[in-house]
Structure formats: structure tokens, C-alpha cells
Design a binder for this molecule. Structure first.
Ligand SMILES: [Zn+2]
Length: 71
């Protein structure tokens, strides 16, 4: 259906499993904040809305350090 897990499995995989909302209960255009875990460094955790994630936002710490290359 219209869920993050269905349309954006790669983004959904970065969701912190401690979130109450599962990827199947989050819509890609959801405006609620969700916790995420950085795919490049699991110590990086941040909060963002699904709508910002699917539009291309990534880990803010990696954006600063540039340690996560976009290959
Ligand atoms: Zn990061």
C-alpha cells in the first residue's frame, strides 16, 4: 500500500527499530518525525520526517564530515 516500507525499502531500512511506528505504518509523505540510524556509522542517529528522507536528506553528521560518499 502507500507505505514507506513498500515504496522506499532502502529508506525504511535506516529507520531506528525502536520507533513505535513500523515502516508499514509510515507514509512517504508523513510529516511526523521518525528516528533514523546512519547506514555508514550506527552511532549517528537523527530525527527527520519521512517526507524529507524520501526527498534525499541523509545523515546530518555525515553531511558535515563528508565521510559517506555517494557512490
Ligand atoms: Zn552518519
Amino acid at each position: 500500500m502507500d507505505s514507506l516500507g513498500y515504496h522506499y525499502p532502502e529508506v525504511a531500512a535506516e529507520r531506528n527499530p525502536h520507533n513505535e511506528l513500523s515502516p508499514w505504518h509510515i507514509r512517504p509523505n508523513d510529516g511526523r518525525h521518525v528516528e533514523w540510524i546512519c547506514p555508514g556509522n550506527p552511532t549517528h542517529r537523527w530525527s527527520a520526517t519521512p517526507v524529507s528522507r524520501v526527498s534525499g536528506s541523509t545523515c546530518p553528521e555525515c553531511q558535515v564530515t563528508g565521510s559517506l560518499t555517494s557512490s
